[in-house]
Design a protein around this ligand. Sequence first.
Ligand code: ZN
Ligand code: ZN
Length: 350
Amino acid sequence: MGISVRAFGTLAADAPLSEMDIPRRSPGQDDVHIEITYCGVCHSDIHTARNEWLNSTYPVVPGHEIIGRVVEVGRNVKRFKKGDLVGVGCMVDSCLKCDPCRHHLEMFCQNGCTWTYNSPDPHTGGRTYGGYSTHIVVREKFVLKVPETIDESAAAPLLCAGITTWSPLRHWKVGKGQRVGIIGMGGLGHMGIKFARALGAHVVMISRSPEKARDAEDLGAHEVLLSTDTKAMRAQANSFDFILNTIPVGHEMDPYISLLRIDATMVLVGAVEPLKPFHGGGIIMGRKRVAGSLIGGIKETQEMLDFCGKHNIVCDVELIRIQEINEAYDRVVNSDVKYRFVIDMRSLKE
Ligand code: ZN
Ligand code: ZN
């Protein structure tokens, strides 16, 4: 037996999002039943709603930056009780037994983790539906505690944009005494600046746009480097200990690789698509590395949320009603948002 909840989703790649009813499973012994209050709008939501990754099964109900309150818990649930402020990110389940799962890397589960939306749902036999809805039922292990001190609407994008930037900064041990570059200043980049600064690094925002440069300093960047200024780029060659590259599309890599010091790494988190060819000499000379990173495990996501609670770090967001979602998608595609839309999900009940 399942339950029916109100949601906002789409029935086809070229159709706008609209109101619909979707099934959720009845909460089981290990489940947390959550009333959703806020949901961030990630670029992946748009790729999936519009079938741009060619893997969408309709209806699609996007949303994987979910904040809400617990309304009910299963008998075996230990960490949560009714009324708790909680979050759900990009994953809602995995096998928890394979090697990556045992090392807290559920996103790389060898048996395939269950994504929050547009993923086969082993519980229902159907597909998963995301956070553009009034309620969601999630296995306890994949529910995060959100510090009560945090602004909950601005915390929503931490569940995807936040962990996507936090995880590589932690994995590559970014901290004091290091010169760190953040390329791109959208939802991901603006969180990269905040986290790198809070971790004690010297933060350089690398951007093509002089207008974004001014905002970067407000977000915590110590310096701005205009990638279009070849003289400035040359002056900063071989000077970075780490670069976080959030550019969402294929691009020239060589100019950024030249900024890395010996043994330094540039990590890609944005472009899930072909890159332009880059010159092998650029990484051979200086033993440099180009790497990638995908969100982060549940344990690390909790560490990030706890850090954000302690240091009062949230995203810069623009709050919208669910009825404004189609217009918001067009604005995200045009990079016309500072820096993340968050939907007030109570608008769905009106
Ligand atoms: Zn996302
Ligand atoms: Zn696994």
